[in-house]
Design a protein around this ligand. Structure first.
Ligand code: NTF
Length: 833
């Protein structure tokens, strides 16, 4: 045919396809049309935000085409099992850049925007990121829905459309101040409301029994009120594949048609109050990381989104002509920590009360559907809710939990006769004092698979908090080590490195990260090392300019960028790094001519608003910075920066510019960590403890290419058992004594000797996270880091090997593990379907 004859010259311009064309002309036309018909603007009078909206709508149109085709193919096939990833948090980050990468039209869009007279980078910088998560747990959920789409696993992410996400952090006088995150204020071009798919959720009231038409005893729930969930869908495109899934987030609204007696009686104020109460449920994300809230509204959020999602999943299942009791054949649910674990009871309620499935059948269906991922060993993060609160908010769900528990405890007694300790530890209800519902126990009873997020974490789970459960259900336990998406965290964040890698080994690696191994030989190639070094330097210059703009501090791009960015928490030990900074400062003060490697210490991270110690650590970092940065003796050899408002957008600029990655949590406390992976992928070397995924990162990159220090998890436990005495260590280490004295002298607090006392007293007398025990090991290891830095060739060789050996930590591999070990689902190729 003519189309195959490439020699035939086209007489006319290529046809423009405004809705799905991927060529420059179509994109230009589409942007111009969106600008006019959605924003009411022309190219000549547009604001930057209007332009961002028009470009994003242009991309969104193309995603919808893929989403539509994917869902049609999936729904046409009766044998597909879908994944439902349920998470109270999705820390998505900006969408425009990754979507351009996934659609493979970055260059075309760049040109289109340029020809319209603008720069794509400026437009991308305009995006306000959806910060619907706190930290690692929420960001992991975002990486996983990216990888599920890229691996062509049909999946829906289910969560809450918070009107206000994680607060914006500003620093005033060295202290954190929280500002409301109004991320929706300029509109969100990536979502579509689907009011026709709304569902209702019951709250309050009481339950009653009745006999159905077959004379069976049944229960029904007469709620006080109902809340409507409206789904908002965001397409999640796969990387260079035609599959496109979506994220479905629920917004709460008042159930207008609910028989509202106050309104009928003319109490208009009460009617409005009910509206406010309903809308409050999805109003704001709780900003606690690794801390249970215990707040009524938080339980309402959890039940609200779980009930909405399960009803939606049942509607989808029935549309496939499935029987209610076959729900598990259609769906595999992954519970992202215990936040959605009320799903176990809610699914039972739906099956038993609403579809009249027999209890035992329903229980089999529920257990076969649900799996649970644990993300923390910290006791203060294990969720439990007062039984009274449950009874008040969701009475029927509590009855079902009691029934589940009754049957389960019978099973425990018959398996372990006479073991009352086990019974009380495994009971879903904590009856040791005030009664609580233990959400982890509910998850362990009702899930066919339970997993930790790194090998060490899974082992410790099995030995410690879930030990009883391993004895009861050994076959349920798995490990799935976390991963991160290289599309966002390398391709998009670090174009310089990406292009260098592509020049060297081709462009298959972003979708197949093991390919990076081919870089290994380049570690010994001096010319390559030089290019690698210069990419890093360029990234550091960009970050240095941003640091200047955001903090006023001038930093030297050729100094070592020593970075710790993550939530501020005592177990993560940001203050251990501060002790090191002060030790270096003291060395300079004692000998101003000392030969010292110039370093820029960069911190970033938010503290939970109610976490006093974490907020004081932020103040300490800023205070030490004020002194060190301005002391002429230092001669700019040390700089300390607190980069405000660490979020995904800022993270994308920080990881590519890091030389040294600080992963220094107390061994046994960090379940996995995922920032550690993002740093290594971008060619930073790690200084770290044997904690979380650090263990596996070191295994992959090789011991020689990782700076290890500190007690092991087992040594930490031993030290605690044998009566750990931090003050004894302090008494016997002069450098440590000088560091602590300097803080207590008021040197960093304008003479105020009390300001930082809570920190130093805690270290000297309690030190639950063992900073004192690890101090000298950390300092020695940092000295080795400095020595290594002096040998540029060696440093870059090690850094290149880190990049080359990070294949394991792609979230694509994690998703493959979940598919094989837990979900038993296979990729669904929509082209072959
Ligand atoms: C976090 N857990 C852990 O603290 C991190 O180590 C881990 O990398 C991420 O989960 C992702 O698995 C939590 O945020 C929570 F909520 F469990 F405390």
């Amino acid at each position: 045919s003519n189309a195959n004859n490439s020699k035939v010259k086209r007489a006319s311009a290529p046809t423009i396809d405004v809705r799905s064309g991927m060529d420059v002309e179509s994109l230009k036309q589409a942007i111009t049309e969106h600008l006019f018909y959605q924003q009411g603007r022309n190219i000549v009078n547009t604001s930057l935000n209007d332009l961002y909206m028009a470009v994003s709508h242009t991309v969104h149109d193309r995603l919808l085409q893929h989403e539509h085709k994917t869902m049609n193919a999936v729904f046409d096939n009766n044998n597909v099992r879908l994944v439902s990833y349920m998470s109270a948090e999705f820390l998505m980050g900006p969408q425009l850049g990754v979507n351009l990468i996934d659609l493979n039209i970055m260059a075309e869009m760049e040109q289109a925007v340029q020809e319209l007279g603008f720069s794509l980078n400026t437009i991308m910088a305009q995006e306000e990121e959806p910060g619907l998560g706190n930290g690692g747990l929420g960001r992991l959920a975002a990486c996983y829905i990216d990888s599920m789409a890229s691996q062509q696993i049909p999946a829906i992410g289910y969560g809450i459309r918070y009107e206000f996400g994680i607060f914006d952090q500003v620093i005033r006088d060295g202290w954190q101040v929280e500002i409301t995150d109004k991320w929706l204020r300029n509109g969100n071009p990536w979502e579509s409301a689907r009011p026709e798919l709304a569902v209702n959720v019951k709250f309050g009231g009481h339950t009653e029994s009745y006999l159905d038409s077959n004379e069976y005893l049944r229960y029904r729930w007469k709620p006080d009120y109902m809340v409507t969930g409206i789904p908002y869908d965001t397409p999640i495109m796969g990387y260079k594949v035609p599959s496109c899934n979506f994220l479905r987030l629920w917004k709460s609204e008042a159930e207008e048609s609910f028989d509202f007696s106050s309104f009928n009686q003319g109490d208009y104020y009460k009617a409005v109050e009910y509206k406010v109460k309903s809308e409050n449920i999805s109003k704001v994300l709780y900003p606690n990381d690794e801390m249970l809230g215990g707040k009524k509204l938080r339980l309402k959020q959890q039940y609200f989104f779980v009930s909405c999602s399960l009803q939606d999943m049942m509607n989808i299942h029935l549309r496939f002509d499935g029987k209610p009791q076959d729900f598990h054949k259609r769906w595999a649910i992954q519970l992202n920590d215990t936040h959605p674990s009320v799903a176990v009871a809610e699914l039972m309620r739906i099956l038993v009360d609403e579809y009249h499935v027999d209890w035992d059948v329903a229980w089999h269906t529920t257990c076969s559907t649900c799996s649970y991922t644990n993300h923390t060993l910290l006791p203060e993060a294990l969720e439990k809710w007062p039984v009274g609160l449950f009874a008040y908010l969701i009475p029927r769900v509590l009855e079902i939990i009691f029934e589940i528990n009754y049957r389960f405890l019978k099973e425990v007694s018959s398996r372990f006769p006479g073991d009352n300790g086990k019974l009380s530890r495994m009971s879903i209800i904590d009856e040791s004092g005030e009664k609580f519902v233990r959400m982890a126990n509910l998850a362990c009873v009702g899930c066919c698979a339970i997993n930790g997020v790194a090998e060490l974490h899974t082992e410790l789970l099995k030995q410690q908090i879930l030990h009883d459960w391993v004895e009861m259900f050994p076959e349920r336990f798995h490990n799935v080590t976390n991963g991160v998406t290289p599309r966002r965290f390398v391709v998009l964040s670090n174009p310089g490195l990406s292009n260098l890698i592509i020049e060297s080994i081709g462009d298959k690696w972003p979708g197949k990260l093991d390919e990076l191994r081919k870089l290994e030989p380049f570690a010994d190639d001096a010319a390559f090392r030089e290019k690698f070094r210069s990419v890093k330097l360029e990234n550091k210059k960009i970050l240095a300019a941003l640091i200047k703009e955001r903090t006023g501090v001038v930093v030297n791009p050729s100094s070592m960028f020593d970075v710790q960015v993550k939530r501020i928490h005592e177990y993560k030990r940001q203050h251990l790094s501060v002790l090191h900074i002060i030790a270096l400062y003291l060395r300079i003060k004692q000998n101003p001519d000392i030969d010292i490697v110039p370093r820029t210490f960069i911190f970033g991270g938010k503290a939970a608003p109610g976490y006093f110690s974490a907020k004081l650590i932020i103040k300490l970092i800023n205070s030490v910075g004020d002194v060190v940065n301005n002391d002429p003796d230092v001669k700019d050899r040390l700089k300390v920066v607190f980069f405000p408002d660490f979020n995904v957008t800022n993270a994308q600029l920080i990881y590519p510019a890091a030389d040294l990655s600080e992963q220094i949590s107390t061994a046994g406390k960090e379940a996995s960590g995922t920032g550690n992976m993002k740093f290594s992928m971008n060619g930073a070397l790690t200084i770290g403890t044997l904690d979380g995924a650090n263990v596996e990162i070191r295994e992959e990159v090789g011991n020689d290419n990782f700076f290890l220090f500190g007690l092991t998890a087992a040594q930490v436990e031993d030290a605690k058992r044998n009566g750990y005495n931090p003050h004894f260590i302090y008494d016997n280490n002069e450098e440590l004594r000088n560091v602590i004295s300097m803080i207590n002298s008021g040197r960093f607090s304008n003479g105020d000797t009390n300001l930082f006392k809570p920190i130093t007293d805690n270290l000297l007398w309690h030190d639950p996270f063992m900073l004192m025990a690890d101090f000298s090991l950390y300092i020695a290891c940092q000295d080795l880091v400095a020595e290594t830095w002096k040998n540029t060739a060696e440093w870059n060789r090690m850094a290149i090997l880190n990049v080359a050996r990070m294949g394991k930590f792609s979230s694509d591999r994690s998703i493959q593990d979940y598919c094989e070990k837990i979900w038993k689902v296979k990729p669904f190729n929509i082209r072959k379907a």
